[in-house]
Design a protein around this ligand. Structure first.
Ligand SMILES: [Zn+2]
Length: 447
């Protein structure tokens, strides 16, 4: 975070409802202190951001280590469950050092994609076999440090993961994930400290992985700290079937009955839901994090996002398994999936999709003061080029439509986090060669 006052001049700015040409932002101590419209030329000394500047993007659901699976998991066929076996083989090899190196590169890739905050759903806690590291939070600390190195904010959603399925102890791979009990999970996470760039939140891996009698302990921990609580919810029909068999109710109903739902809770995926589930999630203002590129990659299905939103569930977006890291693609995929599903167009406006990718995504991660270009908000910005082969042509006033429906992460020209220029002209200012860093980190895990 910079303490030096600074002015940014935005050729075009997305101000939540429309594109405004010529906007100067005064920034101090990492926050926007003034938004000056009607500024057709850059004030002297201002940093110039050419293109369309959006608020920084929030990636509300990430498992950083899944980035090491890119390509590898596209060979052959199978299901979510066969994909998971490959994912576990990478998880088995990570150490705090190799995880730090990988996550630093992955978060740098995110910064290059205009992402200013990541929600890391983190369950890889212990050494192989389940032995705690000397610092029992060594893995979480590696992720927090990696985010600092890459210049992005993080909400570490420290994840409780205790069982392989209903009434089943963790399998060999999952021993690394388990603290034994929710109480032991809470004791470990309570040691983690928040910092300027890092919040500590909670997660329940899923109703498969946390026994029903342990759910309330996690919910209470999050409630006491007024911190976000995320949970993978009904991504697979097999999970619904097993939950019905074990408890005679759906996963959503089970979470509701144990006090897990509420406005600080986000269900991730929310794919296979009943009408009652949708009413429970919406009525409790529980959020929905859609991860469309992962959901299509893993052949999960298409969740009822429009119905959830209508019922009262705010939407956010995540790149989850990092099949690709591109929040613009996530935003348009949510709309385009729905078009294929319903054979009608226009379920969300570009403005609504951008809100999910910015303000509502940040709120889901506990950063209510980020994701907007307005006085008092954090100075987090993502500038999209409007002169690339993908984006040239449409009028600048259609910049939001162009960004959401045609631009890609490759069109992100600048990323500013808390007033600090983390990506300038498409180059990361802190991690000199991001592709090389990714290649080195991934290679180390496949060697
Ligand atoms: Zn996930």
């Amino acid at each position: 975070m910079t303490t030096t006052p600074r002015t940014y001049w935005l050729e075009h700015a997305w101000l939540d409802t429309h594109v405004e040409p010529g906007v100067a932002l005064d920034v101090r101590d990492g926050r926007i202190t003034a938004v000056r419209q009607d500024t057709p030329a850059p004030p002297p000394g201002a940093e110039i951001l050419r293109g369309l500047t959006l608020p920084g993007l929030a990636n509300a659901h990430s498992h950083a280590f899944h980035r090491a699976l890119r390509g590898t998991v596209q060979v052959g066929s199978g299901t979510f469950w066969t994909w998971r076996e490959v994912m576990y083989s990478v998880a088995d090899r990570l150490t705090p050092e190799t995880y730090h190196e990988l996550a630093r590169a992955v978060y740098a890739e995110m910064a290059l994609a205009g992402i200013t905050t990541v929600g890391e759903f983190h369950y890889l806690h212990h050494a192989p076999g389940g032995t705690p590291y000397a610092d029992p939070n060594a893995m979480g600390e590696a992720l927090i440090e990696a985010a600092a190195d890459a210049g992005v904010r993080i909400t570490l959603l420290d994840t409780c993961y205790l069982s392989a399925g209903f009434g089943e102890p963790p399998n060999t791979h999952q021993l690394r994930f388990s603290d034994g009990t929710a109480e032991a999970w809470a004791a470990r996470c309570s040691v983690l400290k928040e910092r300027d760039h890092a919040r500590i939140g909670a997660a329940i891996h899923s109703v498969r992985a946390v026994p029903a009698d342990q759910l309330a302990t996690v919910a209470q921990w999050a409630e006491e700290r007024r911190t976000p609580l995320h949970v993978h919810l009904s991504e697979q029909t097999a999970e619904n079937d097993a939950c019905l068999a074990a408890h005679g109710r759906t996963p959503t109903r089970l979470l509701a009955d144990h006090g897990v739902l509420g406005p600080r809770t986000t269900g991730v995926h929310n794919t296979h839901l009943t009408d009652e589930d949708i009413a429970l999630l919406g009525g409790s203002r529980t959020g929905t994090c859609m991860c469309p590129t992962t959901e299509r990659d893993l052949a999960d299905g298409i969740g009822p996002a429009p119905a959830l939103q209508r019922a009262g569930s705010p939407l956010s977006l995540g790149s989850d398994s990092h099949a690709v890291v591109d929040l613009l693609e996530e935003a348009r995929a949510m709309e385009l999936n729905e078009r294929l599903h319903t054979r009608t167009r226009g379920h969300w406006t570009a403005a609504a999709l951008l809100r999910a990718a910015t303000a509502d995504g940040h709120a889901a991660l506990g950063w209510d003061d980020a994701g907007r270009i307005e006085a008092g908000a954090r100075a987090d910005l993502a500038t999209i080029a409007l002169d690339s082969v993908r984006t040239a042509g449409p009028l600048p006033r259609l910049g939001a439509e162009t960004a959401v429906f045609a631009a890609t992460a490759a069109d992100v020209r600048h990323t500013v986090v808390g007033g600090r220029h983390v990506v300038r002209d498409g180059a990361h200012t802190l991690v000199p060669d991001v592709p090389e860093a990714l290649a080195r980190a991934v290679e180390a895990l496949h060697a």
